[in-house]
Design a binder for this molecule. Structure first.
Ligand code: SAM
Ligand code: GLN
Length: 287
């Protein structure tokens, strides 16, 4: 890529480069947004400024830096890792390859949690919090809730704590351990989790973007249901009476998750569709 160019030309070159890259089969609109965000990132400026000054001549060193970012994206690295951030709910979260990039469909879990009429000082836990996305979104919406969050990954918890600090949500409690292990003796009005639920043999995991994410965040191993089942098995012991369990799962797992929840004696079991129309989460209440 030539370096002594205007913003407008750099942008078109970036979009072209992404379009020929193997991964770039998505709509062109997504590619130009990616290129624009990378250009703004490389130049430390805003998209609005790039748009209002497409003819401005770009600094050579920054243009080189932009070309490097475009190459990383063209190689399949998730945009969020390159930018070091991802917007989730109303929050801007720091993300690194130590955490799953929070997905828009996971906002459905937050939405359903807020729709439950929990009391003002509700006790809530987010199992496998990763970047802290779910726990922090809830803490920001319901300042009275006592929110805890767990993960097995120390690296993930470090990112989640950084996010809690920078969002000034320091009352969220982060604990290390497997699922309910760090919560012995405690009970909750609401338990949420977006656990790993992709089988290790699923060809979807070959996607270059997914390969850059922590595999421990995506797959429980050969049995796609393993983590979901483990959580469902223990959840009633950690739920208050009438407390809720909200689980994200794969588009084809609603039926199996429902069966497990019913078998475990939970009631009001209901699945909800995400914006793509997939049954993406199921909720249930302790009798
Ligand atoms: N909650 C975040 C979100 O929705 O963006 C991250 C979800 S990611 C799909 C699953 C998370 O579960 C990862 O952060 C992973 O480290 C964590 N995890 C995997 N196995 C775990 C276990 N046995 N106990 C607790 N957390 C676990
Ligand atoms: N929804 C994620 C995906 O895009 C999977 C996340 C998970 O396993 N919980 O594959």
């Amino acid at each position: 890529m030539t370096t002594h160019l205007s913003f407008g030309t750099l942008l078109s070159q970036g979009v072209l480069r992404l379009r020929v890259a193997a991964f770039a089969e998505g709509p062109a609109a997504g590619l130009s947004l990616d290129a624009e965000l990378l250009l703004a990132h490389a130049f430390g400026t805003s998209r609005a400024r790039l748009r209002s000054h497409p003819e401005a001549m770009a600094d050579v060193d920054k243009a080189k830096r932009y070309a490097q970012l475009i190459e990383r994206r063209a190689a399949g690295e998730p945009l969020a890792y390159i930018l070091g951030r991802k917007d989730f709910w109303s929050l801007r979260l720091a993300v690194t390859p130590a955490v799953l990039v929070p997905r828009p469909e996971t906002e459905l879990l937050v939405e359903r949690a807020l729709a439950l009429r929990l009391e003002e000082f509700g006790r809530v836990v987010d199992l496998g919090t990763g970047s802290g996305a779910i726990a922090l979104a809830l803490a920001s919406e319901r300042p009275g809730w006592q929110v805890a969050a767990t993960d097995v990954s120390d690296e993930a918890l470090a990112i989640a704590r950084t996010n809690a600090d920078s969002l000034d949500l320091r009352h969220v409690q982060f604990l290390r351990g497997s699922w309910f292990e760090p919560l012995a003796g405690r009970t909750f009005d609401l338990i949420l989790s977006n656990p790993p639920y992709v089988a290790s043999a699923d060809p979807a995991l070959k996607d270059p973007a997914l390969q850059r994410e922590p595999q421990i965040a995506l797959t429980p191993g050969t049995d796609a249901m393993a983590c979901l089942r483990e959580i469902i098995d223990s959840a009633p012991d950690y739920l208050e009476r009438d407390g809720w369990l909200l689980l994200e799962h794969g588009a084809d797992q609603a039926e199996e998750v429902t069966r497990e929840l019913v078998a475990r004696g939970l009631r009001h079991v209901r699945s909800h569709r995400d914006l793509a129309g997939h049954e993406r989460m199921t909720e249930a209440q302790r009798a």
